[in-house]
Each structure stands twice: as structure tokens, then as C-alpha cells.
Write a protein that binds this ligand. Sequence first.
Ligand SMILES: Cc1cc2nc3c(=O)[nH]c(=O)nc-3n(C[C@H](O)[C@H](O)[C@H](O)COP(=O)(O)OP(=O)(O)OC[C@H]3O[C@@H](n4cnc5c(N)ncnc54)[C@H](O)[C@@H]3O)c2cc1C
Length: 473
Amino acid sequence: MNHPTHIDVDGLRSIFASRCVVDDEKLLESFSLDQVGDERYAQRPAAVVFPETTDEIVALVKWANRTGTPITPRGAGSGLAGGAIPVAGGVVCSFRNMDRIIEIDVDNLMVVVEPGVITNALDRALKPHGLFFAGYPMSEDICFVGGNVAENAGGGRAVKYGVTGNYVLGAKVVTGSGDVITLGGKRIKDVTGYNLLQLFIGSEGTLGLFTELTIRVIPRPAQRAIVLSTFSSSGDATGCVAALKRELPNGPSSIEYIDGTTAKETDVSLPKSQRTGIPESVNAVLLVELDGDTDQTLSDQLEAATGICERYNASILERGTDSNAMARSWKLRKQIPWWAKRHAGPWQTLEDVVVPPASIVELVAAVEELRDRFNVAIPLFGHAGDGNFHLVPLQPADMKLEEWDETLHQLLDELYDRVAKLGGTISGEHGIGRKRVPYVRRFIGDYQLQALRGIKKVFDPKGILNPGVIIES
Ligand SMILES: Cc1cc2nc3c(=O)[nH]c(=O)nc-3n(C[C@H](O)[C@H](O)[C@H](O)COP(=O)(O)OP(=O)(O)OC[C@H]3O[C@@H](n4cnc5c(N)ncnc54)[C@H](O)[C@@H]3O)c2cc1C
């Protein structure tokens, strides 16, 4: 698709008036990148619009089809794959103003929301009703529900509760042709035709724009507890994960892994009162969270989890229901991506590989081998219970940027080969975005790629929605 060199500002202004921004350099700049962290991806949009209704979005998409202007939908811009990075000279459609919780339907255990609701704001609204949106990601303080659905985000509790897509029952969507379709609804069961709803979930803004979402919620678990354990061998920690999943009667709600060096360095970067005090000799850390509805269930779970960790030679650092200990442990885990981002240099990447859960033993060993062979520090952390790991290779202080670029590519190349051999793939939850497009072919075959192109053509015939995301434009 050839994009116009000049944007039809009058056309946009006739839809959005002052909610169309074209001349605020600072604002346009702030929409040129998401959390992908590598400035080389930055693209300045020609305009950012802030719609408030589905009708305005229909008008926007029709205008874009008429003028051949690309649109990039944007939630909070917390994505880690470049999915919300615009095409230079295109329009960003920000969902910031569409942030209403339309209905909390307690009897049906469902909520209806606009896509710009901050994920944690939904949780706060559900709490007084004793309800819970379990499919949230760990960026819940900043990300939007629409972004979660568009990425099919996972998160800290996916090991027990599943990912965002497991909770989406319905969506109102404006497709790339400007048609409004309603997929699913307030129904637990629905086999009426092909499952288009699941096709749109995780489509990263390339097929349509969500303007309303119906989400299933569950009764909120009454109590939580954690076990934060340290291991002198990473093999013991990864081996322990399968045992925790197999043997815990009520299932762990989280099993998060952090490599020892990263855990120690991140811990000491925190204010003293927030530190967990990771000992020097540690090679791996597991944060296990449990939940339950009675004291008895929780204490049985705690005892069982502690016993399993100790069987794998763990030392227990924190254990129990104390809210400060829980806050400290989660603070450490949630701080890791920010700590890694600060130390990774200007050309950086946060990877999101996923393997069959039982293969994490081999995955972690492979990353350690790459770390030693390339002589590059690689913070490694993630949702061990789901087989989904994040890693951030750090540019060595004595390596020039150009050399680093080559080293990083070689390292990732080998990593992806290992992941493929283990039956894994390139992204578990962050998506393909712009960043992973060059590698998609390695993980999906020609037939599948052609099918994706065909699907894109059906819903977005002129290719105006997020071109270059997931598949090459
Ligand atoms: C510290 C940190 C921790 C994170 N932890 C997790 C985690 O645990 N699990 C996880 O899965 N991710 C995680 N992420 C990544 C990110 O937060 C999630 O992918 C999140 O779901 C993105 O939401 P967002 O609102 O920021 O979307 P954005 O980044 O703005 O957009 C993401 C994609 O969705 C599309 N999009 C946004 N809104 C719409 C809409 N209304 N209609 C159609 N398309 C739309 C965009 O075009 C883009 O392709 C983390 C990120 C950070 C920075």
C-alpha cells in the first residue's frame, strides 16, 4: 500500500475537532514508540485522535480508506513488541477517552467495558462485588483492557486462571472496512459458526478496533499466600515447577522464576525497606503464590508448597500470608523488567519465548549456555508455570554498539533455534508487533502465512489497520 505524503487534516478535524492533534510535537513524539525500548523503531505519527464513540471510529476508518492513511490503534502503549508504534505519517487512534465501565453484571458474572479502562481500575471496581478479572497481565497498573484483548495478554496468574482470551465473551469491533460487527455476547456457550471472536483476540489491531468488550469475571479468591524460595541450582528450581503444578491440591496461582544474579541486583536497587534480602549464593528464585477460600485450604497449600520446594533443595526466604512479605516479593518480581531496561543499553530487546511447560529445564539450561558462550549477561525471568520466559541480553560495557547489534542477532538466532527444537515459539504473550515480524516465518509455514494474509484481506481490504504488524505489509 502506498501511503499519502500529506494528511487530510480537515477531514480528521471534521470528525474529532480539538480531539485531533497534529501540531503538538511533544505529544506526537510520545506516541512514536511503545515500551519496546529500542529507539530505532520510533515512527512519528502525523496525527493522534482521541475518539469517544464507536460512530467516531467508524468515521475515522472510512476516512482512512478514502485517503489511504494507515491507522494504529493504541491502548496505554505498554506493549513490548512494537504493536502500537505507528507508520510514519499515519494516525494513532488512542483509546484513552473510552474508559467507561458500562456494566457490572453480578448475576451473570460479566462486565461490559470500553477498551480504554485501565486494567487495575477494573479490578478496583470489581473488588467491592467480591469479583475478579483473572486474565490480567502484570502491567495492570498502566495497561488498558482493550490492549490486553488485542494482545491476548497473559500474566502472573495464567498458570491457574488462563490468559485474557479465556475471559472475553463478546466484542463490538469496527473492522478495517469500517463495518461494525458484534462478536459473541453475554453467553458462556456459543458455537454459532466459526469462532471469529477468538480470531480477533490477539490480532494486535490489524483486523479491527475494539470499541466495547464483554468480559467474564469470577468470584474473588478470599485469601492469598506466598512462598519465596531460593535455589543454588537453576535445575532444581525449574525441576520444582512441574512438581508444584502436579502435586499442589488446589493448584498454584503463580509460579514466577528469576535468575539469581538478576534477583540479587534488582533487590539491592530497591529502597532498603522493600528488599527481600536475596543471599549471595543464590542461582535461581521462585515466587509461588497460592490462593484459597478458607484458612485450612491455604495452610494445607502452604505446607505442601514449602515441602515441595524443600525437596528440591530450596531455602525459604518468605512464607505465609503477611501482606508486607507478599508486597516485597511481588515488588521484586515486577521490578525486574524495568531494572533490565535500564541496564540493557540503547539497542535492546525483551524476549518472550514459550516452550511446553516441562521443557523449561532445557530452556533455562540453553539460555545459561548462550550466556556463557557469548559472554553476555542475560537477565532471565518469567512465568515458569506457563513455560513462558522473558530474557533481556545486556550490552557489555566494553562492546561497541555495531558489534553488539551483530552479537545480539546471533544470540537471538540461536535462542530461537533452541526454542523451536523444544516445540516452543517466539512469543507467549507480548505478540509479534513490528519487532518480531522478521522471525515469524521460522515459526509458521507458508500455508499458514497465506491464510493470515487472506484473513487480513477479508476484514481490512485496503490494509489500513496497523500495516507491518504481525505480517509484512
Ligand atoms: C513492566 C511490564 C510488564 C508487563 N507484563 C506483562 C504480562 O505479565 N503479560 C503480558 O501479556 N504482557 C505484559 N506486558 C506487555 C503489555 O503491558 C501488554 O501486552 C498489554 O496487554 C498491552 O496493553 P496496552 O493497553 O498498553 O496496549 P498497547 O501497547 O497500546 O497496544 C498493544 C496492541 O494492541 C492494539 N490495540 C490497543 N487497543 C486496541 C483496541 N481498542 N482495538 C484494537 N487493537 C488495539 C495495538 O494496536 C497494539 O498492537 C508488560 C509490559 C510492561 C512494560
